[in-house]
Design a binder for this molecule. Structure first.
Ligand code: F6P
Length: 353
């Protein structure tokens, strides 16, 4: 058996742990040969591959990033290198030429959408859910999320001591374009006083009120805001437009905007910190190492059982799989009735509404 593995979309702690687990399981259990496709789907178009054997995956479990490289804009169905043309036939032809019996695609919603389409064209594909945003449908968790939350929690811990010392309002801006899981869990783990999410436009007055209450009693405030959050009535996320890019909207800066909105309304100084790609880099947490390893092993089992067109998923504590068609191109925002939102409100955290 010959199996290809690729990592698509943004990088994420735990990718190497999945690559290692899939490779070791396939070699140990069925003596498969395993090939790494480099830079996501671009490797299938540019014919960039490398051998994945035991030495190649030794010592990578705790390494951040991906040893295969990745690409977050290469869609063979709308290839930027060919003016948006569909070159999927070229990708399929190379997979056939390599003699791949299966492809394991590790990625987020975009990668799963491409995997689903390739699967429809006859490529035997198994997906593995990756994203620090934790916003893939039909899985309770994607690996990488726990590592990102740990970074946010530590950042808030550090911002708390300086906020308290100076009597300031400190804003931490997290990733999360359309789903606020990182801001919500990171904010809860770091004891934020205000958490602002993309799912619910914030009322500036509500944020001001919470900061004033804290100015009067505790003397400082911690705010955790997701990059996709926006003020009520604005209707626009804070973003830059990137010229000549298939993904022209780059989010970032809502923390600084919020700081400018709050400054004239408060006595305290307001400062914003953009956490950015720090949340995506570095070594996975032990939880993510184990989750990624379980996902990788399960993907190898699906390959051996011929369970194609499916994505590995976590349901409760059980690793299982779901049809790619349920996941492809979809997104999982925080539901309005989610228990953690109720818990946050119950503890007096302002959600800006
Ligand atoms: O999808 C994960 C994510 O980290 C988003 O939260 C973020 O907006 C985006 O990727 C950033 O990607 P890039 O590396 O292209 O800036």
């Amino acid at each position: 058996m010959h199996v290809g593995i690729l990592t698509g979309g943004g990088d994420c702690p735990g990718l190497n742990a999945v690559i290692r687990a899939v490779t070791l399981a396939l070699i140990n259990e069925c003596r498969a040969s395993v090939t790494g496709i480099r830079r996501g789907f671009l490797g299938l178009l540019k014919r960039e591959v490398s051998v994945l054997d035991k030495p190649a995956v030794t010592g990578i479990l705790a390494q951040g990033g991906t040893i295969l490289g990745t690409h977050n804009r290469c869609d063979p169905f709308h290839y930027f290198g060919a003016g948006g043309a569909d070159v999927s036939g070229q990708a399929l032809a190379y997979a056939r030429e390599l003699g791949l019996d299966a492809l394991v695609a590790i990625g987020g919603d975009g990668t799963m959408a491409i995997a689903h389409k390739l699967s429809g064209l006859g490529l035997p594909v198994v997906g593995v859910p990756k994203t620090i945003d934790n916003d893939l449908c039909h899985t309770d968790r994607s690996f990488g999320f726990d590592s990102a939350v740990a970074v946010v929690a530590e950042a808030l811990d550090r911002l708390e001591t300086t906020a308290r010392s100076h009597g300031r309002v400190m804003i931490a801006e997290t990733m999360g374009r359309y789903a606020g899981w990182i801001a919500l869990e990171g904010g809860m783990a770091g004891a934020a006083d205000v958490i602002l999410l993309p799912e619910q436009p914030y009322q500036l007055d509500a944020v001001v009120q919470r900061c004033r209450e804290r100015e009067a009693v505790e003397g400082y405030t911690l705010i955790c805001v997701a990059e996709g959050a926006m003020a009520d009535g604005d209707g626009l996320k804070v973003a830059q437009t990137i010229a000549d890019s298939p993904d022209p909207l780059r989010l970032g800066g809502v923390g600084a905007v919020l700081a400018r909105q709050l400054t004239p309304r408060l006595q305290s100084e307001v400062r914003a910190t953009l956490l950015g790609h720090v949340q995506r880099g570095g070594s996975p947490t032990p939880f993510d190492r184990v989750l990624a390893t379980r996902f990788g092993w399960h993907a190898a089992e699906l390959v051996q059982a011929g369970g194609f067109g499916r994505m590995v998923a976590l349901h409760g504590d059980r690793v299982t799989s779901v049809g790619l068609e349920l996941v492809a191109g979809r997104n999982r925002p925080i539901p309005a009735g989610h228990a953690m939102l109720a818990a946050a409100r119950g503890l007096g955290v302002s959600l800006g509404v």
